[in-house]
Design a protein around this ligand. Structure first.
Ligand SMILES: [Zn+2]
Ligand SMILES: [Zn+2]
Length: 164
């Protein structure tokens, strides 16, 4: 989605907004694509006293395994991002601004970067997820597997005897 911002930059109070679906099924996060359905994007650029603000609101379904029990989860996500736009930057240190040469902005790249930076590094089905049994691999949220959790791995047992 290419935003044409010339009118917005040149007129105080002027604004434009767009709503569209952005497919992100080519984006990988930790080796898998968590975006099975398109991201719903609402973006609004508004001229406020000759400065142009860009507000981005996204809604999407985040599909990812729980880090502990590996259950596949689908979580609705809602993020909002604010940026300032400038036709040209005064210096490299203007990190808050996005440069929009020729009054044009390729919105898709901004949205993708915003989302990827915001995605949680850790993802659990619940804060107290019990995870998987280290011995039999059963999901312990679904009940106990009956394995003896107190016993030590036999290889460690041998080590222990050697040390003793
Ligand atoms: Zn879990
Ligand atoms: Zn078990």
């Amino acid at each position: 989605m290419l935003l044409e911002l010339k009118k917005v930059f040149q007129n105080d109070g002027e604004s434009i907004s767009v709503d569209y679906d952005l497919p992100m099924n080519d984006v990988e996060f930790y080796g898998v694509c968590p975006f099975k359905t398109p991201v719903k994007v609402h973006a609004e650029a508004k001229n406020r006293a000759s400065l142009v603000d860009l507000k981005i609101i996204v809604d999407f379904i985040y599909t990812r395994q729980c880090d502990r029990c590996l259950k596949l989860l689908q979580k609705p996500m809602h993020y909002e991002f604010d940026h300032k736009l400038a036709v040209s930057l005064m210096s490299e240190s203007d990190e808050d601004y996005i440069e929009t040469p020729d009054y044009k902005l390729e919105l898709d790249e901004v949205v993708k970067t915003d989302i990827i930076l915001e995605l949680p590094a850790k993802f659990l089905c619940s804060e107290d997820c019990k995870g998987l049994c280290m011995k039999c691999g059963k999901n312990l949220n679904e009940g106990d597997c009956g394995c003896d959790k107190g016993s030590v791995d036999p290889r460690l047992e041998i080590l222990k005897q050697l040390i003793d």
